[in-house]
Design a protein around this ligand. Sequence first.
Ligand SMILES: Cc1ncc(COP(=O)(O)O)c(C=O)c1O
Length: 367
Amino acid sequence: MKGWETISAIEKRIRRHLKKLEPYVPIVPVDVLAEKAGISPDKVIKLDGNENPYGCSPRVLQALARYPYYHIYPDPDQRELRKAVAKYIGTTPESIVLGAGSDELIDLILRLFLDPGDKVINCVPTFGMYPFNTGICGGEVTTILRDEDYEVDVPAVKAAIDKRTKVLFLASPNNPSGNITVPDDLRELVETGILVVVDEAYAEFSGFSVIPWVSRYENLIILRTFSKWAGLAGMRVGYGLFPPKIANHIMKIKPPYNINAAAQIAVMESLSDIEYLRGRVQAIVDERPRLFRLLRSIAFLEPFPSDANFILCRVLDNRAKQIYDSLAKQGIFIRYFDTPLLRDFIRISVGKPEHTDALIEALKKMG
Ligand SMILES: Cc1ncc(COP(=O)(O)O)c(C=O)c1O
């Protein structure tokens, strides 16, 4: 009893805005999923995390095994990495900062710009880390609904901007809807002058990017990641393209060794095996319309067109949870949503052709 009293006295000292923070709901690890389905982990068909079903470049695995310096700290200035990433996207190393996933950069940007009570505009439904990190930083989220096609409601965003509004996040392609932000909408929003963070985690699958715009606007940041196209989600590496003055501040506040030695090797090898990885991206992009067509042929699903490596579907007859459970029992894992905004929706990552086949066969049986 005494122990509990001590814990609650300690808990009282936790900062108030963090005590009431809702936790982020992350995905479940493969071994846990496998146990749930009663199968071995290599039999799991994992279509819930928008990961790359082909894995990373085989050269990454070889280079990791060869590297002899894991006992030495990695470069806190990310010299080699910043140069290589800058070359990949056609910019200067001074504009690049890498993070432990783009997740870390979302956090660092908010830490840099938010005073308690400052506002962040979030166009929902979208990626959950924007409001989550805003909450951690003591900011307030201004929520703006997207329209029925999941396009950004530009007039509503503009009307919501006030003196306390610091940042607007726009995922393009958006997760979970899969659509890119209309370039004219984006331009209009950037030209309001507030800081716009365009999260291009899935840009390699859409073939569209606003990276060339960064030199024109000092209030535009682009986030990218190696998690999806390069198959390095487990390594945790993302990067931001910043106006150089902002990049300096992000470099200053980031944890010194945020990119570990293994992640650094993985990125360098991926960037030197780019043709192989582009081939894998192409395989996913080629599979996307086939998956879409097959999902559309299922009577109780209404898939939305996607520019990313996943497809959002409305589920008719309130069956999203039932579909999720039934697929999970067969070792096929997807995301399902049952929130006020996404009532009875599922999101399916584009897998290999054989994953599509297994999924569609299982869905057909639920007819
Ligand atoms: C829109 C969006 N941004 C960022 C991320 C996170 O990427 P990372 O693995 O680089 O942290 C995700 C992951 O699902 C995402 O959907």
